[in-house]
Design a protein around this ligand. Sequence first.
Ligand SMILES: CCCCCCCC/C=C\CCCCCCCC(=O)SCCNC(=O)CCNC(=O)[C@H](O)C(C)(C)COP(=O)(O)OP(=O)(O)OC[C@H]1O[C@@H](n2cnc3c(N)ncnc32)[C@H](O)[C@@H]1OP(=O)(O)O
Ligand SMILES: NC(=O)C1=CN([C@@H]2O[C@H](COP(=O)(O)OP(=O)(O)OC[C@H]3O[C@@H](n4cnc5c(N)ncnc54)[C@H](OP(=O)(O)O)[C@@H]3O)[C@@H](O)[C@H]2O)C=CC1
Length: 551
Amino acid sequence: MSTELSEGQGLDGLGEQATNGKTRQSDICSGTTGGSMVSIAEYYAGKNVLITGATGFMGKVLVEKLLRSCPEVKALYLLVRPKAGQSMQQRVSDMMKCKLFDRVREDNPDFHQKIIPISSELIQPGLAISPEDVERLTACINIVFHCAATIRFDEPLKHALQLNVIATQKLLSLAQQMHHLEAFIHISTAYANCNRRHIDEVIYPPPVEPKKLIESLEWMDDGIVRDITPRLIGTRPNTYTYTKALAEYVVQQEQDKLNIGIIRPSIVGASWQEPFPGWIDNFNGPSGVFIAAGKGILRTMRANNDAVADLIPVDVVINLTLAAGWYTAVHRPKNAVVYNCTTGGINPFHWGEIEHHVMSSFKRNPLEQAFRRPNANITSNYLINQYWILVSHKFPALIYDLFLRLSGQKPQMMRIFNRLHKAIGLLEYFSSQDWEWNSENMTMLMNQLTPEDRKTFNFDVRQLNWPEYIENYCIGTKKYVLNEDMSDIPAARQHLRKLRNIRYTFNTLLVVFIWRVFIARSQMARNIWYFVVSLCFKFLSYFRASSTITN
Ligand SMILES: CCCCCCCC/C=C\CCCCCCCC(=O)SCCNC(=O)CCNC(=O)[C@H](O)C(C)(C)COP(=O)(O)OP(=O)(O)OC[C@H]1O[C@@H](n2cnc3c(N)ncnc32)[C@H](O)[C@@H]1OP(=O)(O)O
Ligand SMILES: NC(=O)C1=CN([C@@H]2O[C@H](COP(=O)(O)OP(=O)(O)OC[C@H]3O[C@@H](n4cnc5c(N)ncnc54)[C@H](OP(=O)(O)O)[C@@H]3O)[C@@H](O)[C@H]2O)C=CC1
């Protein structure tokens, strides 16, 4: 690892030579405030950056922001694998055509020249990087952002371990061969330690020594691994959080040799401000839930109304990540610095409020061809949730599938609901409880920035207006995930009115049916019915009379 500081950094007292060859700043938080420092964009000028996971949700936003706000960056080397019959060049060139890059394209139509795709499959030996590419990377890379991971909650342990832990280890080894490396930034998750209620910005002891686990799983067949997975992950809900915790430990092991920053975002949502509000391109986490609710498919879900919904906009995470890269390279802290990148402790918002704003937003800006009118309710009560699943999910699905069958089409609604139930079942753990994250390092980092950097790389979530953010998030799912046109909103509203009329007609028919079958046939049922109706009538007359008196 290099002991060089790049030209023009002008950092008095930095670059103190450590015994292990890594250059360090002795006190991480004593810091001159940003004023005397090189700015973030100045730091990235002339730098070669390596990014893994650049084709993913966060990776793309990172690439875009670096190109737009640090236009003097020398080159971005992206480790990409071929996928779904597309070569890695094709994938990267498709990615750059994406709407997300519109602003960069406007500023610099030749931005693609700065992007250098490197073929790499992270679960292969040596990351499947060719020897020529290894040579090239080790010679020029100054900073690494490691975003790649499997974020699936149902990933078999072996695969999650291979990608989230072993590939991280391999990347760290590669990083150690880099002659000019100044910082290694690892993207973790705030839920890596979700088995704890209060989470500090420290790396907790791993649930198991990763090396031992890797050795043991090597000889086990998939069936055995599947059987012992629940025992291994213990109180964590899935292999994702478990392997991300192991990865943090693996990264920490190299803190004597590399300058390390670990970013722990909570639930990453659509963009807040940049490059434009509401950018989102996937169904992960809450996005899929919002869409399913907006389409009127999801009507009930288990979540705690009063629990903090720790959503964090993707642009906030990326701004913090870039600032942390700058800080790590410039200050060279002794130990890996962990940044809990969360909103709950600073500007809390709750699942109940999210539900309210999501529903009202989709009523104002409805999605096309909704199955039913959007009306989802969250409850923490298991039985109530099961009741509504039966009444509001399974029963309508059954009727709709019957209708499809009768009209000669393939039934599909029950299948959709089964998948939805599987997906929300995996999310409920996160929406039913509260965590407390200490985010002092986020505040510390903010205090290190110049006033201009604080604006350009804004991660001050105190300014986040939740109702406005949720509105843009919902519109973002409509525009960018579902590719629906905003000009179709009047037609979507018309469709909702049609659904409302269908519902009224259905309810009326149901009442008539119940009347015919149960009430009209029995004298006792008829008597009860008349009694209930006259009672209602009396109440009504009483209220009308009393309101006339008070007026
Ligand atoms: C009114 C609203 C009220 C709100 C209420 C509360 C909401 C609470 C919500 C959430 C909170 C918690 C979140 C915690 C986060 C932790 C943070 C992190 O650190 S990491 C990030 C998290 N990671 C994930 O979110 C991965 C989760 N996803 C998976 O594990 C899989 O996708 C899974 C098991 C859910 C489904 O797996 P398969 O194999 O059945 O399906 P597949 O291949 O993934 O997708 C098939 C198709 O379905 C779409 N899809 C996937 N998920 C969907 C969804 N939830 N809804 C609708 N479609 C979805 C996909 O885009 C795909 O579409 P095509 O075939 O490519 O066109
Ligand atoms: N989204 C969220 O809510 C949160 C995410 N995080 C963390 O942020 C990081 C990025 O997440 P996000 O962008 O949402 O995830 P995505 O699933 O969108 O992206 C994952 C990236 O990893 C790449 N990747 C996966 N497997 C391989 C492989 N075998 N070889 C090469 N590349 C591979 C994917 O490439 P490909 O396109 O080829 O599949 C993709 O670029 C992850 O580390 C995640 O743990 C943390 C907290 C919350």
